[in-house]
Design a protein around this ligand. Structure first.
Ligand code: ADP
Length: 401
């Protein structure tokens, strides 16, 4: 029997599942795809085999189980089916691991119960992640299913940074504290940044700016996360595509008492109708930049608000870390939007931060330095790879056990 060196990574959302099959010998993607619009009258599956042509099919997926079965058929058609002896594990992205899950964990019934217990603090995410695990387990009951948690990397944040300054009895009863998210990305990028610097992660302090649709910042000291901008939920912190990030909690009372909005309406407002979208009507940074370039005042304001918040977090985490060796930009906006990187780091020479305009304008999928050689702080663009990180963590765990 050949050695099991492959990991299937599943990222199950409420109506979609993203997947990648990765060979851990060389990090090769053997297949990648997406099942979407699960539960709707017409769903879609997009499957890209390694080195082959992308296949797309429209069909109804009444539930996650039918979606994952269709994925399994696509993989089997490529000769890399779920029954393959080379499959070592299935790695699942799980959004909320609470305080208990500080590392990747092989799923048992007890672990599933614990992930279920966290649904009240992650009502939008954990239920879908649980379904993904259950369906994958039914497909391959003999295979280790490994949960990799978005919160795990942040469990090292010290208590004084993780606690909100509210009554501790109430906070404890309802498990209200900073958990942080995007941890897999922050972990991957902080390590990759150290590598780019040619240093051991234990030697470098990095501010990681994960700027995708959701966005978060983290302060990583010697490979250990010491603060992060998302909180109890992924709503706190930076201005995002559709999320407000930080607001005075008093805004919520005001909108309820004076504005007459219900709690659900405010939830919807802050999570889905705010951020760039709320400020200018577009949530995609490409569109915001295009409009701002044409002199659109709303888009310009949205850009400035986005960048201003980012600068505040860079300053805050500079103070948290004391010494900063690198600032790493990642995810859709961070990897592609040179104007955001330029504006976020402008006029910070006194902090040792500078960006070279020429290096900043280079378009590339590789990790790269964009600060001039004289700058004390290395500013870098470091593409994130959450799937590879999940696969590596899952593989390392099943190899050890
Ligand atoms: P997700 O959080 O869904 O994983 P991504 O990390 O893929 O998101 O980021 C998606 C966002 O990246 C888009 O909404 C868009 O705002 C931004 N983006 C992608 N490409 C560019 C680009 N060339 N210039 C500016 N922004 C971009």
């Amino acid at each position: 029997m050949s050695e099991a060196t492959r990991v299937l990574v599943l990222n199950a959302g409420s109506s979609s599942v993203k997947y990648q099959l990765i060979d851990m010998v060389d990090g090769e993607r053997l297949a990648a795809g997406l099942v979407e619009r699960i539960g709707e009258s017409e769903g879609r599956l997009v499957h890209s085999p390694h080195g082959g042509a992308r296949r797309e099919s429209a069909q109804a997926f009444p539930d996650h189980s039918s979606g994952l079965k269709a994925m399994a058929e696509e993989l089997a058609a490529d000769g890399v089916g779920l029954d393959s002896p080379e499959l070592a594990a299935i790695g699942h992205r799980v959004v909320h691991g609470g305080r208990r899950f500080t590392a990747p964990t092989v799923v048992t019934d007890e672990v599933l119960t614990e992930i279920r217990r966290l649904v009240p603090v992650a009502p939008l995410h954990n239920p879908a992640n649980i379904i993904g695990i259950e369906v994958a387990r039914a497909l391959r009951p003999d295979l280790p299913q490994v949960a990799v948690f978005d919160t795990a990397f942040h469990t090292t944040v010290p208590e004084f940074a993780a606690r909100y300054a509210i009554d501790r009895t109430v906070a404890d009863e309802h498990r209200v504290r900073r958990y942080g998210f995007h941890g897999t990305s922050h972990q991957y990028v902080s390590r990759a940044t150290a590598q780019l610097l040619g240093k051991d992660p234990a030697e470098v302090n990095v501010i990681v700016l994960h700027l995708g649709n959701g966005a978060s910042a983290s302060a990583v000291a010697g490979g250990v996360c010491v603060d992060t901008s998302m909180g109890l939920t992924p709503l706190e912190g930076l201005v995002m595509g559709t999320r407000s990030g930080d607001v005075d909690p008093g805004v919520i009372f005001h909108l309820h008492r004076v504005g007459g909005l219900s709690v659900d309406e405010i939830d919807d407002l802050l999570n889905r109708r705010s951020g760039l979208l709320g400020l200018c009507g577009d949530n995609d940074m490409r569109e915001v930049l295009r409009r701002a370039g044409e002199g659109d005042a709303d888009a310009e304001l949205a850009f400035q608000a986005y960048v201003h918040r980012l600068r505040k977090y860079i300053g805050a985490y500079y103070a948290v870390l004391g010494r900063v060796d690198a600032i790493a930009f990642t995810a859709g906006v961070g990897e592609n939007a040179a104007p955001v990187r330029e504006a976020a780091t402008a006029e910070l020479e006194s902090l040792g931060i500078a960006v070279d305009p020429e290096l900043n304008s280079v378009r590339s999928g590789e990790a790269r330095v964009i600060s001039p050689a004289y700058a004390r702080v290395t500013v870098a663009v470091v593409p994130t790879d959450e799937e590879l990180e999940i696969a590596q963590q899952a593989f390392a765990l099943v190899r050890r056990s």
